[in-house]
Unconditional design. Structure first.
Length: 326
């Protein structure tokens, strides 16, 4: 028991990995071996980068001890901004950094308001959720503008690649960003500062960690990844819908928690975020493939989130009691 607790506390994402394997096996059997077919895997992996990038950003911010509920709205705002700018005659490679800057600006504003007035980031970003969504709808005029695909390198982001077209190009972007973020958290001083700021704020400040700047960086990173993910979805769908990303923030938080990220900050990693996002996509796809009413999807994600939080809390309490006894 002690050995299992030690492994779990060191690798909290392992519980999600085990559950993922179990669910894949269950859906594979229930679907008559169709779940792991090339066509179905192509569908799952085609949408994973969009949810996965948002989950990675939210996870990093949660490790730092903050939340961002506006990511779903930024998910829609950035691609809408890029589309409108390109339609106005601006080249895509100029519109892209402008769109990224807009997303970064939302994250920076979230961080500045939260830190300047010392209010919970939950409240700040909840308000920003409505503000940004409203701006997106107003900018679009209530209807999705035309996506000038002939003026955008869409294939660079969503074209099918790999053996038998198993992956989209977005998957390569996803892997590259995921690896970069993982290295940031595990191999740099900034990564150590992020964990210290989320887990031991007062001690980290006393040790000279620039906690304010670290938090601002995490807010900006979270928004930028959400905006980039939204652009990938728009390129895949071929239309900049002002309603995309609705509810994405809650799925991202659920993915982070399922992947072992602590709600109190200081604990979590990129792999856990990816595992959590993949679990949600597997559940969504598996329910449809096995002809289960799709309305059970939100029930399953909600139940899984609660179980993950309860299990994490219980395991950590048990570990603390064992240390005291020793």
């Amino acid at each position: 028991m002690k050995k299992l607790l030690k492994i779990y506390l060191q690798k909290p994402e392992l519980a999600g990995v085990v559950l993922l394997v179990v669910l894949i096996g269950l859906f594979q059997v229930r679907s008559g071996a169709a779940f792991l077919s090339a066509d179905n895997l192509r569908g799952i992996l085609g949408v994973l980068p969009e949810a996965g990038l948002v989950a990675i950003g939210v996870t990093v911010l949660m490790i730092c001890g903050e939340f961002d509920l506006s990511v779903g709205s930024v998910f829609a705002l950035m691609p809408m901004t890029i589309t409108l700018i390109v339609n106005a005659g601006v080249p895509f490679w100029i519109a892209l950094p402008i769109g990224l800057a807009v997303a970064a600006g939302v994250g920076l504003l979230n961080g500045l308001i939260t830190l300047a007035f010392n209010i919970p980031s939950f409240i700040t970003t909840l308000g920003m959720l409505f503000i940004v969504r409203s701006l997106t709808v107003v900018a679009s005029g209530g209807f999705p503008p035309n996506l000038p695909s002939d003026q955008m390198p869409i294939d660079l982001f969503v074209h099918y690649i790999g053996p038998n077209g198993l992956f989209r190009a977005s998957f390569v972007w996803f892997v590259a960003i995921g690896l970069g973020t993982a290295l940031l958290l595990t191999s740099t001083n900034l990564g150590n500062w992020i964990k210290a700021t989320g887990g031991f704020l007062e001690a980290s400040v006393s040790s000279g960690v620039p906690a304010r700047r670290v938090k601002l960086f995490c807010f900006v990173l979270c928004s930028v990844l959400a905006g980039f993910a939204g652009m990938l979805q728009v390129f895949r769908l071929g239309a900049p819908l002002p309603s995309i990303g609705d509810g994405m923030e809650l799925q991202a938080v659920a993915a982070a928690v399922i992947g072992g990220t602590a709600l109190t900050g200081g604990i979590g990693n990129v792999l856990g975020a990816i595992v959590g996002a993949l679990l949600i996509r597997v559940i969504d796809n598996g329910l449809v493939l096995t002809q289960v009413d799709a309305n059970w999807f939100k029930f399953a994600v909600g139940a899984l989130t609660i179980v993950a939080v309860v299990a994490n809390a219980w395991m950590r309490r048990t570990a603390r009691r064992m240390k005291v006894q020793l």
